[in-house]
Ligand binder design. Structure first.
Ligand code: 13P
Length: 250
């Protein structure tokens, strides 16, 4: 059985004071949840207070990116080890916004996945097609390249630990969610692609859906056979809404 994983990707939102206020609001209401992994991914400047304040709770902290080198002359970058020492457990890699605005490719993403595992972090690797690609019938081709190139060479001991987030670019921040059936179809395809490289562990890999997930649609999405969690943007920024998403079972 794959344990559901609900993660909030805060993107460029909340300073460290707002982060503390959110955590103080959410910690008591989520303290009884044991059957779902809960992750919050604030900006870098909030990670220090976030890991300190959630220590000993069931809320795990993730970063939104990392750099693949451990140290050196790379102005502005953050290493996996820095995140791990801070108390982070997860790191988002290859979000479509980073692919789109910051030139990330399947090759840079591959290096970052290795760096995450080398530092003891669990990578949440984002994949997904644009509307143009979907319209041109290229979903399989795009996802296949993202999985094959992104995960190339990954050591067998890490296969089952990786988390994949299927985020169709056209559904992010648009209010236009993929229908549960559309999303599940892509998840089934992703699991098939994962099975081609990770034959033994593909069934254990958790695949989150992301793109306009909200309390109103989470239940139906989570009821699908191959949807194992959600990576949530806008609806994860308010404690009341994030609580409902984590408690999707009702
Ligand atoms: P929204 O939930 O705001 O559409 O964002 C999804 C996302 O990009 C999560 O990583």
């Amino acid at each position: 059985m794959r344990k559901p994983i609900m993660a909030g990707n805060w993107k460029l939102n909340k300073n460290h004071l707002e982060t503390l206020a959110f955590i103080d609001e959410i910690t008591p209401v989520l303290s009884g949840v044991g059957d779902v992994d809960i992750v919050i991914c604030p900006p870098f400047t909030s990670l220090n207070v976030a890991t300190a304040r959630t220590k000993g709770t069931n809320i795990k902290i993730g970063a939104q990116d990392l750099f693949w080198e451990k140290s050196g002359a790379y102005t502005g970058e953050i290493s996996g080890e820095m995140l791990k020492v801070l108390g982070c457990d997860y790191v988002i890699i290859g979000h479509s916004e980073r692919r789109q605005y910051f030139g990330e490719t399947n090759q840079t993403i591959n290096k970052k996945i290795f760096a995450a595992f080398a530092s003891g972090l669990i990578p949440i690797v984002c994949v997904g097609e644009t509307w143009q690609e979907r319209s041109a019938g290229q979903v399989e081709q795009v996802l296949s390249a993202q999985i094959r190139e992104g995960l190339q060479g990954l050591n067998a001991e890490y296969h089952g630990k990786i988390v994949i987030a299927y985020e169709p670019v056209w559904a992010i921040g648009t209010g236009q969610t993929a229908t549960p059936a559309q999303a599940n179809e892509a998840h089934v395809l992703l699991r098939k692609l994962l099975g081609e490289i990770f034959a033994e562990t593909a069934q254990d890999i958790r695949i989150q859906y992301g793109g306009s997930v909200k309390p109103e649609n989470v239940r139906e999405l989570m009821a699908q056979s191959d949807i194992d969690g959600a990576l949530i943007g806008g609806a994860a920024l308010k404690a009341a809404s994030f609580e409902k998403l984590v408690k999707f079972k009702g």
